[in-house]
Design a protein around this ligand. Structure first.
Ligand SMILES: [Zn+2]
Length: 457
C-alpha cells in the first residue's frame, strides 16, 4: 500500500467519481450571503450520503436551521497514530447570474476558453467544492478497494467559512471539540496546486505552494469625536477632519519588512527553483527584500503580500447634512497581521491614529503558523513529487485567512493542501470568488491521486 504506481486498484474511477461529486455539489446552491443568511443543507445531505455509501457514519450538525456541517471519521489501521483532520467548506460566495456565461449553479462541463481544458463550471468549482468532491472520492475509493489509511482521518465539511465561521468551524470547535479528538495535524484549503513559472533563462518550472501560515485578521473600527455644530462655524476639533487625517496616514503608511520563517522559506524555495541568483543581504531591509521578491516571476503573488503587515481603510461614515458638523466620525480598516507581528501592529495603529482617534478590534483572529520541519509536511511534498516528479514545493504564508485559524485553536497544526495539477495559463487565484469560476477535470483527477497517496502515507 502507499505506492502510487501500484496497479492493483483503479484510481481513474475515483477521479471520475470526484468529477461527478463536485458537479453535483455545485448544483446544490449553498450561497452564503453573510450576516447569518446561508443554506448548506442540500450540499451537506449530498456529501453525507456519498460518505454513507462508503460505509462511514457521517453526522450532520446544524447550529441553526439549514446551516449544515458534516463530520465523519475514517478509522485508521493504527490506533496509536494521531488522527489527521481534513477540512473543507460547503458554502460559496454569491454569484450574480447576469455576469456569468453559464448558469452558476448548473454544474456544466465545457472547455475553458483560456486553456482549452475540459472544465467543471460553476460557483464553488474552485472554492471549494472540488476539494469536497476529491476527498469524498478518495474515501469511497478506499471503501471499494478495501484500502485503509494508517491514521484516523476526520473529515469536516463545514458551513459558513465565507462569512464568520459562526455557523461552521467556530461552532464545531466550541461545541463539538470531541469530534476532533486525537487530531494533531490538519489540511484544508489553499495550496497544493500548480503555479507555472519560468526561470530567468525561460525554462518552465512547476511550483506547488503549500500554506504553512496565515496572516491574522484585525478588522478595526476607528472613532473620532469632536464638537458638533453649524457648518458655518468650524470647530477646532472637527471629528471628520480628525478621522480623515488618521485614515490618510494609515493609507500612506509603508509597513516595515517582517520576514517570518515561512516567508523566508518561500523565498528560498522559489529562488532555488527559478535559479535566481542570491546576494548576501538580499533580504536585509525593505528595499533589498522588495527588489528580490519582485524577481520571483509567477510566485510574486505568493510572497509579496506576506512580507509585511497591511492595513487597508475600507469604510467611512460621518455626518447626515452638509451644513451640520457631526460629533462623531467612524471608519473601518481591514488589517492583516503576520505571525509574531501582533504587538508591532497595535503600536503602529496607536501612532497612526493619533490622539484624536480611538481604535478597537471589531474582529480579530490571530495569525497561525505550522512547522515546516514536520513529517506531515514531508509527506505532502513526497505525494506531490510522486505524481509530478518535477514539482517544486514552496511553503507559503497566506495573505488572508481560512478555517485553519479556527481549527488551530484545538492545537491542530494546519496546512493549506488541496492538491491539483493545473494547466498553464489558468488564473487560479483570479477564479476564487470570480465570475465563470471553473476547474479543469484533469485537476480534479490528479488531486485524487495526490490525496490518496498523502492520506495513506
Ligand atoms: Zn474557500
Amino acid at each position: 500500500m502507499g505506492d502510487p504506481s501500484e496497479a492493483t486498484y483503479d484510481l481513474a474511477a475515483a477521479g471520475d467519481d470526484a468529477v461527478r461529486l463536485a458537479r453535483e455539489l455545485v448544483r446544490r446552491d449553498s450561497t452564503n450571503h453573510g450576516g447569518g443568511e446561508g443554506d448548506e443543507r442540500a450540499a451537506a445531505e449530498f456529501a453525507a450520503e456519498a460518505l454513507t455509501d462508503a460505509g462511514l457514519t457521517p453526522q450532520i450538525l446544524e447550529p441553526a436551521h439549514r446551516r449544515s456541517n458534516v463530520v465523519a471519521r475514517v478509522p485508521g489501521t493504527d490506533p496509536d497514530a494521531p488522527a489527521l483532520l481534513v477540512h473543507a467548506h460547503l458554502d460559496v460566495v454569491p454569484a450574480h447570474t447576469e455576469n456569468w456565461s453559464v448558469p452558476p449553479f448548473g454544474g456544466e462541463i465545457a472547455d475553458c476558453p483560456v486553456t482549452g481544458a475540459p472544465s467543471l463550471w460553476g460557483r464553488g468549482a474552485v472554492d471549494m467544492k472540488h476539494t469536497v468532491g476529491m476527498v469524498t472520492a478518495v474515501v469511497r475509493h478506499w471503501a471499494r478497494t478495501g484500502l485503509r489509511p494508517r491514521r484516523d482521518i476526520v473529515l469536516a465539511l463545514v458551513a459558513d467559512e465565507e462569512d464568520s465561521a459562526a455557523f461552521g468551524a467556530d461552532w464545531l470547535v466550541r461545541e463539538h471539540a470531541h469530534l476532533f479528538e486525537g487530531c494533531r495535524v490538519g489540511i484544508g484549503e489553499r495550496g497544493g496546486h500548480t503555479v507555472h513559472a519560468r526561470t530567468a533563462a525561460g525554462r518552465a518550472v512547476r511550483l506547488y505552494p503549500i500554506a504553512a501560515a496565515e496572516r491574522g485578521s484585525a478588522w478595526l473600527t476607528l472613532r473620532a469625536r469632536g464638537t458638533a455644530g453649524h457648518g458655518s462655524r468650524p470647530p477646532a476639533d472637527n471629528a471628520v477632519g480628525a478621522l480623515a487625517a488618521a485614515v490618510a496616514r494609515i493609507d500612506a503608511h509603508r509597513w516595515p519588512l517582517h520576514l517570518t520563517p515561512v516567508t523566508r522559506a518561500a523565498i528560498d524555495a522559489v529562488t532555488a527553483a527559478l535559479e535566481i541568483e542570491r546576494t548576501p543581504g538580499d533580504t536585509d531591509g525593505d528595499d533589498a527584500a522588495d527588489a528580490l521578491v519582485a524577481r520571483l516571476d509567477a510566485a510574486v503573488p505568493l510572497v509579496a503580500p506576506t512580507v509585511r503587515n497591511s492595513a487597508t481603510p475600507t469604510m467611512l461614515t460621518a455626518g447626515y447634512k452638509v451644513n451640520v458638523v457631526p460629533g462623531e466620525a467612524v471608519g473601518g480598516v481591514d488589517g492583516r497581521v503576520l505571525p509574531g507581528a501582533e504587538e508591532a501592529f497595535a503600536r503602529t495603529m496607536d501612532a497612526l491614529t493619533g490622539e484624536r482617534v480611538d481604535w478597537e478590534y471589531e474582529h480579530a483572529s490571530p495569525p497561525v503558523a505550522a512547522p515546516l520541519d514536520s513529517a506531515v509536511f514531508r509527506a505532502m511534498r513526497s505525494a506531490l513529487v510522486a505524481h509530478d516528479p518535477d514539482a517544486h514545493v514552496v511553503p507559503v504564508c497566506l495573505a488572508g485567512g481560512t478555517d485553519a485559524k479556527v481549527f488551530s485553536r484545538l492545537g491542530i497544526d494546519c496546512y493549506g493542501f488541496s492538491p491539483m495539477r493545473l494547466p498553464e495559463g489558468m488564473d487560479y487565484p483570479g477564479l476564487l470568488h470570480g465570475v465563470d469560476e471553473r476547474v479543469p477535470l484533469e485537476g480534479l483527477r490528479s488531486g485524487v491521486g495526490v490525496l490518496d497517496t498523502f492520506l495513506r502515507a
